[in-house]
Unconditional design. Structure first.
Length: 339
C-alpha cells in the first residue's frame, strides 16, 4: 500500500492488516451498509502490473484469453492468463494508462505473475513492473454512486468496463451501481473527504464481487479451472476468434465441442467457520469424489458466507452439494445468463 495513502487511512480510523483495510471499526455494520447504502472502500487487496514498451500489445495478445487490441482509453476488459493445459493462473482486469497496459489482480499474486509473464518477454521490447503503489484504487458502490460521482467528476462512463479520465481520477464502471477509481494518493485523500460517503473495509468489495459473479483466482485455486468453468465466457473475458495463446486449444475445444461439465455457481452457506477458497465440495452422485471446489468466499451481511464455487453441473442441478464438514450450499441466481 502506498505509504502516504496508508497514513491517511490510519487517520480515518482504518484497521489495516498486511496492507489491506479490514474495517473502519465495525465490520458487521459496514457489511450491512454495503448491502443497503452507498459506500466507498480502499482496494489495496488488489495489485497492478504495468506492461510497457512498443511491443506490449502484441506480447499480451499472444498470452491472454481476450483480444487485447480492444483495450483503449475508453474500454477495459477481463482476461485470463492460463497454463498450456488451459488452467487459469490469474484473471486480470486490464485498462490503458497512456500507451501502457495496467493489469489488476490480487496483490498476493503480483510478484509471482510478474515473474511468470517476464519469462515470455525474451527479446520483445516489453517491460513488466509492479505498479501497485503508483496509484490508489477506490471502489464506490450503491444506488446513488453515479449521482455522487457526478458532483465531483465532469464525465462518467456509461457502459460496463468503460473508462473515463477526468481531472480528478480515472473512472471505470464495473456495473450499474459500482465504480472503480484510480488516482494519486493526494487526489485520493481529497476525493475521499469530498465524497462524504460511508467508508467500509476491503472485504465488503470482495463480497460485492461474489454477488456479481466475478471470479478472482487466488493462490489456492491457481491451475484449478479452465476459464469457462469460472464463467469467463459469459463475462466477456474470452475471445474465440483471436490467435493462439497458452491453453487456447483446450479453451476452444470446450467452446466448440460443448464438453463443459462444470460451471461456477453463486451460493450461500449457513455455517460458523469460514470456508476457504480451494476447499472441495461433495454430493451424493459422486461416490465420495469431489464434485466441486470453492473459488471465492466472503462473509454475508445476513450471516454465514456467500461463495462462488465451480461445481459439476449434474451435481448442482440434481443433488444437494455440501462442504466436507456437511454445510449445505443454498444456490442463488447469478446476475448474468450462461450459454
Amino acid at each position: 500500500m502506498n505509504q502516504d495513502w496508508q497514513n491517511f487511512l490510519t487517520q480515518q480510523h482504518a484497521h489495516i492488516h498486511d496492507g489491506v483495510v479490514q474495517n473502519f471499526g465495525d465490520a458487521t455494520a459496514e457489511l450491512a451498509a454495503t448491502a443497503h447504502s452507498t459506500v466507498m472502500c480502499d482496494l489495496s487487496q488488489l495489485g497492478t502490473l504495468r506492461v510497457t514498451g512498443e511491443e506490449a500489445q502484441g506480447f499480451l495478445q499472444n498470452l491472454l484469453s481476450n483480444d487485447i487490441r480492444l483495450v483503449d482509453a475508453a474500454h477495459a476488459q477481463l482476461s485470463s492468463f492460463n497454463t498450456a493445459k488451459g488452467r487459469m493462473l490469474a484473471v486480470f482486469t486490464i485498462w490503458r494508462d497512456g500507451e501502457d497496459y495496467l493489469l489488476q489482480l490480487p496483490a498476493s499474486l503480483v510478484e509471482a505473475m510478474r515473474k511468470k509473464l517476464s519469462m515470455y518477454v525474451l527479446r520483445a521490447k516489453v517491460k513488466i513492473s509492479d505498479a501497485s503503489n503508483e496509484y490508489v484504487a477506490i471502489g464506490l458502490c450503491g444506488s446513488d454512486a453515479e449521482q455522487i460521482l457526478r458532483k465531483v467528476c465532469d464525465a462518467i462512463p456509461q457502459e460496463n468496463l468503460a473508462c473515463v479520465t477526468t481531472a480528478n481520477a480515472s473512472i471505470m464502471r464495473i456495473n450499474a451501481t459500482r465504480f472503480q477509481l484510480h488516482m494519486t494518493a493526494q487526489q485520493a485523500a481529497q476525493l475521499w473527504t469530498t465524497l462524504g460517503v460511508q467508508a467500509v473495509g476491503s472485504p465488503c468489495w470482495d463480497w460485492l464481487n461474489i454477488r456479481s459473479g466475478l471470479p478472482v483466482v487466488v493462490s489456492a485455486t491457481q491451475e484449478a479451472f479452465v476459464p469457462q468453468m469460472a464463467n469467463l465466457d459469459a463475462l466477456g473475458g474470452i475471445n474465440f476468434k483471436k490467435g493462439c495463446y497458452p491453453g487456447q486449444e483446450i479453451v476452444a475445444r470446450m467452446h466448440y465441442l460443448g464438453k463443459l461439465k462444470r460451471r461456477m455457481y453463486l451460493a450461500h452457506l449457513n455455517c460458523d467457520d469460514a470456508p476457504q477458497a480451494g476447499e472441495e465440495l461433495f454430493s451424493d452422485d459422486m461416490d465420495g469424489q469431489a464434485s466441486g471446489m470453492i473459488a471465492n468466499v466472503a462473509a454475508a451481511p445476513s450471516g454465514g458466507y456467500d461463495i462462488l464455487a465451480v461445481i459439476q453441473t449434474a451435481s448442482a442441478e440434481g443433488y444437494t452439494v455440501r462442504t466436507a464438514t456437511g454445510a449445505q450450499l443454498n444456490l442463488l441466481p447469478l446476475p448474468y445468463a450462461l450459454a
